[in-house]
Design a protein around this ligand. Structure first.
Ligand SMILES: Nc1ncnc2c1ncn2[C@@H]1O[C@H](COP(=O)(O)OP(=O)(O)OP(=O)(O)O)[C@@H](O)[C@H]1O
Ligand SMILES: [Mg+2]
Length: 356
Protein backbone atom coordinates (compact mmCIF):
# COMPACT_ATOMS: atom_id res chain seq x y z
CA UNK A 1 0.00 0.00 0.00
CA UNK A 2 1.34 3.43 -0.87
CA UNK A 3 0.38 6.59 0.91
CA UNK A 4 -0.09 10.09 -0.26
CA UNK A 5 1.40 12.27 2.43
CA UNK A 6 -0.54 15.48 2.56
CA UNK A 7 0.33 17.86 5.34
CA UNK A 8 0.54 15.11 7.90
CA UNK A 9 -2.51 13.28 6.60
CA UNK A 10 -2.07 9.85 5.07
CA UNK A 11 -4.46 8.96 2.30
CA UNK A 12 -4.66 5.29 1.35
CA UNK A 13 -4.08 4.69 -2.34
CA UNK A 14 -5.33 1.59 -4.17
CA UNK A 15 -2.80 -1.26 -4.43
CA UNK A 16 -0.47 -0.90 -7.42
CA UNK A 17 -0.95 2.83 -7.88
CA UNK A 18 1.47 5.46 -6.74
CA UNK A 19 0.55 8.88 -5.42
CA UNK A 20 -0.17 11.31 -8.25
CA UNK A 21 2.48 13.97 -8.82
CA UNK A 22 -0.30 16.54 -9.20
CA UNK A 23 -3.72 16.38 -7.55
CA UNK A 24 -6.26 19.12 -8.23
CA UNK A 25 -9.70 19.11 -6.59
CA UNK A 26 -12.52 21.59 -6.99
CA UNK A 27 -10.16 24.45 -7.77
CA UNK A 28 -11.91 27.82 -7.89
CA UNK A 29 -10.64 31.32 -8.57
CA UNK A 30 -12.38 34.59 -9.41
CA UNK A 31 -10.97 37.95 -10.39
CA UNK A 32 -13.73 40.34 -9.38
CA UNK A 33 -16.70 39.41 -11.56
CA UNK A 34 -14.66 37.03 -13.73
CA UNK A 35 -14.99 33.39 -12.64
CA UNK A 36 -11.70 32.16 -14.09
CA UNK A 37 -11.93 28.67 -12.48
CA UNK A 38 -15.26 27.22 -11.42
CA UNK A 39 -14.28 23.87 -9.88
CA UNK A 40 -11.47 22.15 -11.77
CA UNK A 41 -10.44 18.56 -10.97
CA UNK A 42 -7.69 16.39 -12.42
CA UNK A 43 -4.74 14.25 -11.40
CA UNK A 44 -1.43 13.67 -13.10
CA UNK A 45 0.35 10.37 -12.38
CA UNK A 46 4.08 10.60 -11.73
CA UNK A 47 6.25 10.62 -14.85
CA UNK A 48 3.39 11.36 -17.26
CA UNK A 49 2.42 14.35 -19.39
CA UNK A 50 -0.87 16.18 -18.97
CA UNK A 51 -1.93 18.48 -21.80
CA UNK A 52 -4.18 21.28 -20.58
CA UNK A 53 -6.15 22.58 -23.55
CA UNK A 54 -8.57 25.42 -23.87
CA UNK A 55 -9.30 28.56 -25.86
CA UNK A 56 -8.04 32.01 -24.85
CA UNK A 57 -9.31 32.93 -21.41
CA UNK A 58 -10.33 29.36 -20.52
CA UNK A 59 -8.30 29.45 -17.30
CA UNK A 60 -5.15 27.53 -18.23
CA UNK A 61 -2.64 30.09 -16.96
CA UNK A 62 -4.69 30.58 -13.81
CA UNK A 63 -4.37 26.83 -13.08
CA UNK A 64 -0.62 26.99 -13.70
CA UNK A 65 -0.19 30.04 -11.49
CA UNK A 66 -2.06 28.39 -8.61
CA UNK A 67 -0.14 25.12 -8.94
CA UNK A 68 3.17 27.00 -8.96
CA UNK A 69 2.18 29.00 -5.83
CA UNK A 70 2.12 32.36 -7.64
CA UNK A 71 -1.60 32.77 -6.93
CA UNK A 72 -3.86 31.53 -4.11
CA UNK A 73 -7.09 29.73 -5.03
CA UNK A 74 -10.43 30.86 -3.60
CA UNK A 75 -11.47 27.27 -3.03
CA UNK A 76 -10.58 23.64 -3.62
CA UNK A 77 -7.07 22.29 -3.21
CA UNK A 78 -3.99 21.39 -5.15
CA UNK A 79 -1.23 19.03 -4.02
CA UNK A 80 2.14 18.69 -5.75
CA UNK A 81 4.34 15.72 -4.82
CA UNK A 82 2.40 15.45 -1.55
CA UNK A 83 2.65 19.15 -0.67
CA UNK A 84 -0.36 21.45 -0.53
CA UNK A 85 0.18 24.61 -2.61
CA UNK A 86 -1.48 26.84 -0.01
CA UNK A 87 -0.15 25.29 3.20
CA UNK A 88 3.33 24.27 2.06
CA UNK A 89 4.27 26.61 -0.80
CA UNK A 90 8.01 26.47 -0.08
CA UNK A 91 8.02 22.66 -0.30
CA UNK A 92 6.04 22.86 -3.53
CA UNK A 93 8.55 25.32 -5.00
CA UNK A 94 11.42 22.97 -4.21
CA UNK A 95 9.77 20.33 -6.38
CA UNK A 96 8.75 22.33 -9.41
CA UNK A 97 10.03 24.23 -12.41
CA UNK A 98 8.04 26.76 -14.43
CA UNK A 99 8.45 28.21 -17.88
CA UNK A 100 5.60 30.70 -18.01
CA UNK A 101 3.64 32.10 -20.93
CA UNK A 102 5.89 35.19 -20.91
CA UNK A 103 9.56 34.33 -20.50
CA UNK A 104 11.26 35.30 -17.27
CA UNK A 105 14.55 36.12 -18.97
CA UNK A 106 16.52 39.26 -18.13
CA UNK A 107 17.08 40.70 -21.62
CA UNK A 108 20.19 42.77 -20.78
CA UNK A 109 22.03 39.77 -19.30
CA UNK A 110 23.70 37.08 -21.37
CA UNK A 111 22.23 33.59 -21.57
CA UNK A 112 24.97 32.35 -19.27
CA UNK A 113 24.39 35.10 -16.70
CA UNK A 114 20.65 34.44 -16.74
CA UNK A 115 21.19 30.78 -15.87
CA UNK A 116 23.87 31.47 -13.26
CA UNK A 117 21.60 33.88 -11.43
CA UNK A 118 18.73 31.40 -11.40
CA UNK A 119 21.20 28.84 -10.03
CA UNK A 120 22.08 31.21 -7.19
CA UNK A 121 18.35 31.77 -6.51
CA UNK A 122 18.15 27.99 -6.15
CA UNK A 123 20.88 28.21 -3.49
CA UNK A 124 23.57 26.60 -5.64
CA UNK A 125 27.11 27.82 -4.95
CA UNK A 126 28.74 29.99 -7.62
CA UNK A 127 30.86 27.10 -8.99
CA UNK A 128 27.79 24.85 -9.05
CA UNK A 129 25.73 27.54 -10.77
CA UNK A 130 28.44 28.04 -13.39
CA UNK A 131 28.66 24.32 -14.10
CA UNK A 132 24.90 23.90 -14.30
CA UNK A 133 24.71 26.86 -16.71
CA UNK A 134 27.39 25.31 -18.95
CA UNK A 135 25.56 21.96 -18.99
CA UNK A 136 22.17 23.48 -19.80
CA UNK A 137 23.48 25.89 -22.46
CA UNK A 138 25.05 22.89 -24.16
CA UNK A 139 21.96 20.73 -23.84
CA UNK A 140 19.64 23.39 -25.25
CA UNK A 141 21.94 24.23 -28.12
CA UNK A 142 22.62 27.83 -27.11
CA UNK A 143 26.26 27.43 -26.08
CA UNK A 144 27.43 29.42 -29.11
CA UNK A 145 25.33 32.39 -28.03
CA UNK A 146 26.03 31.97 -24.31
CA UNK A 147 27.82 35.29 -23.93
CA UNK A 148 25.47 37.48 -25.95
CA UNK A 149 22.72 39.50 -24.26
CA UNK A 150 19.50 37.48 -24.25
CA UNK A 151 17.68 40.32 -26.01
CA UNK A 152 19.65 39.46 -29.16
CA UNK A 153 18.29 35.87 -29.12
CA UNK A 154 15.61 34.69 -31.53
CA UNK A 155 12.21 33.79 -30.10
CA UNK A 156 13.08 30.09 -30.21
CA UNK A 157 16.39 30.64 -28.42
CA UNK A 158 14.67 32.71 -25.73
CA UNK A 159 12.11 29.93 -25.18
CA UNK A 160 14.92 27.38 -24.87
CA UNK A 161 16.82 29.61 -22.45
CA UNK A 162 13.67 30.02 -20.37
CA UNK A 163 13.10 26.27 -20.35
CA UNK A 164 16.75 25.73 -19.37
CA UNK A 165 16.26 28.15 -16.46
CA UNK A 166 13.19 26.21 -15.29
CA UNK A 167 15.31 23.05 -15.05
CA UNK A 168 18.12 24.47 -12.91
CA UNK A 169 16.76 22.95 -9.73
CA UNK A 170 16.19 19.45 -11.24
CA UNK A 171 12.42 19.72 -10.72
CA UNK A 172 10.32 16.57 -10.36
CA UNK A 173 7.32 18.39 -11.79
CA UNK A 174 7.60 20.85 -14.63
CA UNK A 175 5.00 23.38 -15.77
CA UNK A 176 5.21 24.72 -19.32
CA UNK A 177 2.65 27.36 -20.23
CA UNK A 178 2.39 27.42 -24.03
CA UNK A 179 6.03 26.45 -24.59
CA UNK A 180 5.92 26.67 -28.38
CA UNK A 181 3.58 29.60 -29.04
CA UNK A 182 5.16 31.87 -31.63
CA UNK A 183 7.86 29.41 -32.65
CA UNK A 184 8.44 28.47 -36.27
CA UNK A 185 7.71 24.82 -37.21
CA UNK A 186 11.35 23.76 -36.97
CA UNK A 187 11.85 25.28 -33.51
CA UNK A 188 8.61 23.68 -32.36
CA UNK A 189 9.86 20.24 -33.38
CA UNK A 190 13.14 20.97 -31.57
CA UNK A 191 11.20 21.93 -28.44
CA UNK A 192 9.14 18.73 -28.68
CA UNK A 193 12.36 16.70 -28.74
CA UNK A 194 13.60 18.46 -25.64
CA UNK A 195 10.28 17.87 -23.88
CA UNK A 196 10.24 14.17 -24.83
CA UNK A 197 13.76 13.79 -23.48
CA UNK A 198 12.77 15.37 -20.17
CA UNK A 199 9.78 13.09 -19.81
CA UNK A 200 11.80 9.99 -20.66
CA UNK A 201 14.04 11.00 -17.74
CA UNK A 202 11.04 10.72 -15.38
CA UNK A 203 9.92 14.35 -15.13
CA UNK A 204 6.17 14.86 -14.65
CA UNK A 205 4.93 17.53 -17.02
CA UNK A 206 1.91 19.77 -17.18
CA UNK A 207 1.79 21.52 -20.51
CA UNK A 208 -0.72 24.08 -21.69
CA UNK A 209 -1.11 24.60 -25.38
CA UNK A 210 -3.41 25.95 -28.05
CA UNK A 211 -1.86 23.63 -30.63
CA UNK A 212 -3.87 20.46 -30.63
CA UNK A 213 -1.25 18.53 -32.61
CA UNK A 214 1.16 19.34 -29.81
CA UNK A 215 -1.10 17.78 -27.20
CA UNK A 216 -1.70 14.84 -29.52
CA UNK A 217 2.04 14.37 -29.91
CA UNK A 218 3.20 14.85 -26.32
CA UNK A 219 0.39 14.29 -23.83
CA UNK A 220 -0.58 11.00 -22.17
CA UNK A 221 -3.77 12.59 -20.86
CA UNK A 222 -5.62 15.65 -22.07
CA UNK A 223 -7.87 17.89 -20.01
CA UNK A 224 -9.96 20.38 -21.98
CA UNK A 225 -11.17 23.42 -20.06
CA UNK A 226 -13.49 26.15 -21.21
CA UNK A 227 -14.89 29.00 -19.11
CA UNK A 228 -13.13 27.65 -16.03
CA UNK A 229 -14.65 24.16 -16.17
CA UNK A 230 -13.30 20.79 -17.34
CA UNK A 231 -15.44 19.89 -20.35
CA UNK A 232 -13.59 16.72 -21.35
CA UNK A 233 -10.70 14.53 -20.19
CA UNK A 234 -8.98 11.43 -21.47
CA UNK A 235 -6.29 10.27 -23.86
CA UNK A 236 -6.22 11.82 -27.34
CA UNK A 237 -7.71 8.61 -28.76
CA UNK A 238 -10.51 8.54 -26.20
CA UNK A 239 -11.39 12.14 -27.00
CA UNK A 240 -11.37 11.43 -30.73
CA UNK A 241 -13.71 8.48 -30.20
CA UNK A 242 -16.14 10.86 -28.54
CA UNK A 243 -16.54 12.73 -31.83
CA UNK A 244 -18.12 9.54 -33.15
CA UNK A 245 -16.00 7.68 -35.67
CA UNK A 246 -14.87 8.70 -39.14
CA UNK A 247 -15.50 12.01 -40.87
CA UNK A 248 -16.41 12.59 -44.51
CA UNK A 249 -15.44 16.00 -45.76
CA UNK A 250 -15.96 17.85 -49.05
CA UNK A 251 -16.10 21.36 -50.46
CA UNK A 252 -18.94 22.80 -52.55
CA UNK A 253 -17.34 25.40 -54.83
CA UNK A 254 -20.74 26.86 -55.82
CA UNK A 255 -21.96 28.23 -52.47
CA UNK A 256 -25.53 28.53 -53.78
CA UNK A 257 -25.63 24.71 -53.85
CA UNK A 258 -24.55 24.27 -50.20
CA UNK A 259 -28.10 23.74 -48.96
CA UNK A 260 -28.72 21.11 -51.67
CA UNK A 261 -25.50 19.35 -50.71
CA UNK A 262 -26.53 19.27 -47.05
CA UNK A 263 -29.96 17.92 -47.91
CA UNK A 264 -28.37 15.19 -50.03
CA UNK A 265 -26.05 13.89 -47.29
CA UNK A 266 -28.19 14.62 -44.24
CA UNK A 267 -29.26 10.97 -43.90
CA UNK A 268 -25.64 9.84 -43.64
CA UNK A 269 -24.58 12.12 -40.83
CA UNK A 270 -24.66 11.15 -37.18
CA UNK A 271 -25.62 14.47 -35.66
CA UNK A 272 -25.63 17.82 -37.44
CA UNK A 273 -23.13 18.31 -40.25
CA UNK A 274 -20.59 21.04 -39.61
CA UNK A 275 -20.56 23.71 -42.30
CA UNK A 276 -17.87 26.31 -42.85
CA UNK A 277 -19.93 28.80 -44.87
CA UNK A 278 -16.93 30.89 -45.96
CA UNK A 279 -14.96 27.96 -47.32
CA UNK A 280 -17.99 25.99 -48.51
CA UNK A 281 -16.61 23.04 -46.58
CA UNK A 282 -18.94 20.39 -45.16
CA UNK A 283 -17.89 17.84 -42.52
CA UNK A 284 -20.15 14.98 -41.56
CA UNK A 285 -19.60 12.36 -38.89
CA UNK A 286 -20.37 8.92 -40.34
CA UNK A 287 -19.52 6.52 -37.50
CA UNK A 288 -17.65 3.30 -38.21
CA UNK A 289 -17.45 1.75 -41.67
CA UNK A 290 -16.61 5.11 -43.19
CA UNK A 291 -15.57 3.97 -46.67
CA UNK A 292 -19.11 2.81 -47.46
CA UNK A 293 -20.43 6.16 -46.27
CA UNK A 294 -17.89 7.90 -48.49
CA UNK A 295 -19.13 6.05 -51.57
CA UNK A 296 -22.71 6.70 -50.52
CA UNK A 297 -22.02 10.42 -50.12
CA UNK A 298 -20.49 10.62 -53.61
CA UNK A 299 -23.57 8.85 -55.08
CA UNK A 300 -26.05 11.07 -53.27
CA UNK A 301 -24.28 14.30 -54.23
CA UNK A 302 -24.03 13.08 -57.83
CA UNK A 303 -27.73 12.25 -57.78
CA UNK A 304 -28.53 15.77 -56.56
CA UNK A 305 -26.32 17.24 -59.27
CA UNK A 306 -24.04 19.02 -56.78
CA UNK A 307 -20.39 19.35 -57.83
CA UNK A 308 -17.85 18.91 -55.03
CA UNK A 309 -14.08 18.97 -54.67
CA UNK A 310 -11.69 17.49 -52.11
CA UNK A 311 -13.95 14.61 -51.04
CA UNK A 312 -12.12 12.75 -48.26
CA UNK A 313 -12.53 10.33 -45.39
CA UNK A 314 -10.49 10.76 -42.22
CA UNK A 315 -10.22 9.99 -38.54
CA UNK A 316 -11.22 12.88 -36.29
CA UNK A 317 -8.38 15.17 -35.24
CA UNK A 318 -8.23 16.90 -31.87
CA UNK A 319 -9.41 19.98 -33.78
CA UNK A 320 -12.67 18.16 -34.48
CA UNK A 321 -12.91 17.24 -30.81
CA UNK A 322 -12.46 20.86 -29.90
CA UNK A 323 -15.08 21.93 -32.39
CA UNK A 324 -17.55 19.37 -31.10
CA UNK A 325 -16.92 20.34 -27.49
CA UNK A 326 -16.72 24.10 -27.69
CA UNK A 327 -18.55 24.89 -30.91
CA UNK A 328 -15.48 26.53 -32.45
CA UNK A 329 -12.08 25.43 -33.69
CA UNK A 330 -8.96 26.10 -31.65
CA UNK A 331 -7.55 28.28 -34.38
CA UNK A 332 -10.67 30.41 -34.80
CA UNK A 333 -10.22 31.42 -31.23
CA UNK A 334 -6.63 32.53 -31.57
CA UNK A 335 -7.52 34.68 -34.58
CA UNK A 336 -9.57 37.05 -32.49
CA UNK A 337 -12.79 37.72 -30.75
CA UNK A 338 -15.14 39.03 -33.41
CA UNK A 339 -18.91 38.85 -33.59
CA UNK A 340 -18.70 35.72 -35.70
CA UNK A 341 -16.96 33.92 -32.92
CA UNK A 342 -19.60 34.91 -30.42
CA UNK A 343 -22.21 33.40 -32.72
CA UNK A 344 -20.25 30.19 -32.85
CA UNK A 345 -19.82 30.22 -29.11
CA UNK A 346 -23.58 30.37 -28.63
CA UNK A 347 -24.05 27.34 -30.83
CA UNK A 348 -21.35 25.58 -28.84
CA UNK A 349 -23.11 26.33 -25.59
CA UNK A 350 -26.30 24.83 -26.96
CA UNK A 351 -24.46 21.77 -28.14
CA UNK A 352 -22.90 21.36 -24.71
CA UNK A 353 -26.29 21.69 -23.08
CA UNK A 354 -27.52 18.91 -25.37
CA UNK A 355 -24.83 16.48 -24.35
CA UNK A 356 -25.07 16.95 -20.60
N1 LIG B 1 -4.99 39.01 -12.70
C1 LIG B 1 -6.17 38.97 -13.32
N2 LIG B 1 -7.08 39.93 -13.13
C2 LIG B 1 -8.29 39.89 -13.72
N3 LIG B 1 -8.69 38.90 -14.55
C3 LIG B 1 -7.82 37.91 -14.78
C4 LIG B 1 -6.51 37.89 -14.19
N4 LIG B 1 -5.87 36.77 -14.62
C5 LIG B 1 -6.73 36.14 -15.43
N5 LIG B 1 -7.90 36.81 -15.54
C6 LIG B 1 -9.08 36.40 -16.31
O1 LIG B 1 -9.36 35.06 -16.00
C7 LIG B 1 -9.74 34.33 -17.16
C8 LIG B 1 -8.78 33.17 -17.38
O2 LIG B 1 -7.51 33.68 -17.75
P1 LIG B 1 -6.25 32.75 -18.05
O3 LIG B 1 -5.09 33.65 -18.23
O4 LIG B 1 -6.15 31.71 -17.01
O5 LIG B 1 -6.67 32.10 -19.43
P2 LIG B 1 -5.81 31.19 -20.42
O6 LIG B 1 -6.62 29.95 -20.62
O7 LIG B 1 -4.44 31.04 -19.93
O8 LIG B 1 -5.85 32.04 -21.76
P3 LIG B 1 -4.70 32.22 -22.92
O9 LIG B 1 -4.89 31.08 -23.85
O10 LIG B 1 -5.12 33.52 -23.57
O11 LIG B 1 -3.38 32.30 -22.28
C9 LIG B 1 -9.75 35.35 -18.29
O12 LIG B 1 -11.06 35.83 -18.42
C10 LIG B 1 -8.84 36.44 -17.79
O13 LIG B 1 -9.19 37.69 -18.34
MG1 LIG C 1 -2.59 31.55 -20.69
Amino acid sequence: MTHLVDEGRFVDMPEGTSAPAILVEGLRKSFGPVHALRGVDFTVPSGTVLGLLGPNGAGKTTVVRILTTLLEPDGGRAVIEGHDVVHAPAAVRRNIGLAGQATAIQPELTGRENLEIVGRLHHLSWPQSRQRAVDLLERFDIADAADRPAKTYSGGMQRRLDLAASLIGHPAVLFLDEPTTGLDPRSRLGMWDVIRELVSGGTTLLLTTQYLDEADELADQIVVIDHGLVIAAGSAEQLKDRVGGDLVEFTVPDRTRLADALAAVSGLSEGDPHVDQDAGRVTISVGVGGSEALVDAVRRLDGAGVATVGMSLRRPSLDDVFLALTGHGAEDESRGRGGRRRGRRRRGAERRADTT
